[in-house]
Design a protein around this ligand. Structure first.
Ligand SMILES: Cc1cc2nc3c(=O)[nH]c(=O)nc-3n(C[C@H](O)[C@H](O)[C@H](O)COP(=O)(O)O)c2cc1C
Length: 176
C-alpha cells in the first residue's frame, strides 16, 4: 500500500508525530512523509491512504497571521525552534489547490494544547472535513496529540501516535 503523510509544523511537534506514524506505515508498504510544500500532485499520485496533520492555531487550522505569530514567538523565545519547513505554505492553502480524488482513503490528526477540547479547539476536525470535501474517505475519527505550554509533546504521545497508526492499518486489514 502506498501511504502519504502530509504535515504542517511550525515548531516541529506535528512533524515528529508524522514521523512516528510514518514508522508504522513503513511496515505496510511504501510511505512518504512530506511537509505541505512537498505534497505535490506527483507525490500524491497513486496514494491509497493520505494522512494529514497540522498544529491547532486559534481553535482550528493555521492562518498566515498565526503562522507569522509563531515565527515571531520563535524569535522571542530561544527554546522555540522553527521546523525546517515552517515557512509554509499551510494546510489551509494546500487544501485550496489539492484537487479532488476518487476512492482514496484519508485520516486527520493535529497537535494541540493539553487542555479540554472546548478550550483548545482542534485543527483535525477541519482537516477531516476538508479531506472528505475533496473526496477522501476518512477511516478514523480525527485524532489529537498533546503538547504542554512549552510546546513539548506530553509524555507518551509519541507512543500513542504509533498506536493510532496501528489501529488505522488494523482497520484496513479487517476490511480485506
Ligand atoms: C499563533 C498560535 C495560536 C495557537 N492557538 C492554539 C489554540 O487555539 N489551541 C491549542 O490547543 N493550541 C494552540 N496553539 C498551540 C499549538 O497548537 C502548538 O504550538 C502546536 O500544536 C505545536 O505544533 P508544531 O510544533 O508542529 O507547530 C497555538 C500556537 C500558536 C503559535
Amino acid at each position: 500500500m502506498r501511504v502519504v503523510i502530509v504535515y504542517e509544523s511550525m515548531f516541529g511537534t506535528t512533524h515528529l508525530i508524522a514521523d512516528e506514524i510514518g514508522k508504522i506505515a513503513a511496515s505496510q508498504g511504501e510511505v512518504a512523509v512530506v511537509p505541505v510544500a512537498e505534497a505535490t500532485p506527483n507525490v500524491l499520485e497513486g496514494a491509497e491512504l493520505v494522512i494529514v496533520g497540522g498544529p491547532t492555531h486559534v481553535h482550528g487550522l493555521s492562518w498566515p497571521t498565526t503562522r507569522a505569530e509563531a515565527e515571531a514567538e520563535s524569535e522571542q523565545y530561544e527554546a522555540l525552534v522553527l521546523d525546517p519547513d515552517a515557512e509554509g505554505p499551510g494546510l489551509r492553502d494546500w487544501f485550496h489547490q489539492v484537487g479532488d480524488v476518487d476512492n482514496v482513503l484519508g485520516a486527520a490528526f493535529d497537535t494541540r494544547l493539553n487542555k479540554a477540547e472546548v478550550v483548545t479547539g482542534r485543527a483535525s476536525k477541519g482537516i477531516d472535513r476538508r479531506l472528505r470535501n475533496h473526496g477522501y474517505r476518512t477511516i478514523a475519527e480525527p485524532e489529537s496529540f498533546l503538547v504542554d505550554k512549552e510546546n513539548h509533546l506530553v509524555d507518551g504521545e509519541a507512543d500513542r501516535a504509533r498506536a493510532w497508526a496501528e489501529t488505522l492499518f488494523d482497520h484496513l486489514a479487517d476490511r480485506d
